[in-house]
Design a protein around this ligand. Structure first.
Ligand code: FE
Length: 344
């Protein structure tokens, strides 16, 4: 729609995450959704590139016959198999679904940054595969060949259906609920649950002093991802305020059911890939850990806990402490300003 020549200025109270005015999309100031601008600045301060991390130790350990067991090699390749395509799926949703329909320019600014970070993550996995001379065909095809990875990917991709269609528009109750459901599924389940068994495995390697370059790549990725999750939660909670009619009891129940299904897919993945456990984390532990973080995600959008289980991997809360999601950037952000350091 062409812009109108006018002397009347934009009223930020009219600005909306979705269904805002057409012209408003172009004009960053005055700003309403300041959480997005904050997230954009934190993202810039946290900037990093995979090639900055030294992989020599990992290369030697991978080549050596007596550092890694067969089970550890299989676990390493399988989590990499999940990772390599997961960030591409996340990036496509940002660019093809979210960006078109989000009408807040400050949120669009962050989505541009977030999309680039997803590209950096895919680059990191490619860099690990290349450094270790792994079989690219084996790793990058796992989302279609390994059942438990396929199940997670195909679950997530169903939420692109309809929304990826060029004719999809927000502005009706049904379309807006469908769009909000997409944001919830991608933020809470994809970015907030589906990465976490694999994060735990990579930090398990790190704790054994194995594959520490790869684990450091994953630490940077997790720092970015926890910011993506925070932004997604802010989007959801702001849409709830702007369009409270969407948050019906039926919709809330549907979200709860989807998060429960996502948690089951995630611990099934962990249990089928590591049936005998790994690094002291057993199959039941993975299940409880995933249920614990699923509850954390639900409560942050105002929905009730479903599992009420303790965190069985307390060491994870030191490495990737979810309790700190809200404040670790605030307390330590200056240490990240250089971009080249990672100090938890
Ligand atoms: Fe992400």
């Amino acid at each position: 729609m062409p812009i109108q020549k006018t002397t009347s200025r934009i009223d930020i109270n009219q600005r909306r995450i979705i269904n805002g005015a057409d012209a408003d999309v172009i004009q960053l100031y005055p700003m309403r959704h300041t959480f997005a601008w904050d997230a954009y600045n934190i993202g810039n301060a946290n900037h990093w590139l995979p090639t900055e991390i030294i992989m020599q130790n990992d290369i030697e350990q991978w080549r050596s016959a007596n550092v890694l067991s067969d089970e550890e090699r299989c676990a390493f390749k399988t989590v990499l198999g999940f990772f390599t395509t997961a960030d591409s799926i996340a990036a496509n949703n940002i660019v093809i679904a979210l960006y078109r329909h989000i009408t807040s320019p400050e949120c669009r600014m962050y989505l541009l940054r977030q999309g680039y970070e997803e590209a950096i993550h895919t680059h990191a996995y490619q860099y690990i595969v290349e450094s270790l001379s792994l079989d690219e065909g084996e790793i990058f095809n796992m989302y279609r060949e390994v059942e438990s990875i396929y199940d997670k990917a195909s679950f997530i991709l169903t939420f692109n259906e309809g929304i990826f269609h060029p004719g999809f528009k927000t502005g009706t109750f049904e379309a807006d609920q469908k769009f909000l459901e997409n944001i919830v599924v991608f933020s809470l389940i994809m970015e907030g649950i589906f990465f976490y068994s694999s994060f735990a495995v990579m930090f398990g390697f790190q704790r054994q002093n194995k594959m520490v370059g790869s684990a450091e790549q994953i630490q940077y990725i997790m720092r970015d991802e926890s910011q993506h999750l925070n932004f997604g939660i802010n989007l959801i909670n702001t849409i709830k305020q702007e369009q409270p009619e969407l948050w019906t009891p039926e919709f809330q129940q549907r979200i709860i059911d989807l998060v429960r299904e996502g948690a089951t897919l995630e611990y099934t993945f962990a249990q089928s890939v590591f049936p005998r456990g790994i690094f002291g984390m057993n199959a039941e532990g993975f299940k409880q850990y995933i249920q614990h973080i699923a509850d954390r995600r639900l409560t942050r959008i105002g929905l009730p806990e479903q599992f009420a289980v303790a965190n069985p991997f307390p060491w994870m809360s030191e490495a990737v402490d979810l309790n700190k999601e809200k404040n670790f950037f605030e307390t330590r952000v200056t240490e990240y300003q250089t971009g080249g350091t990672l100090d938890w």
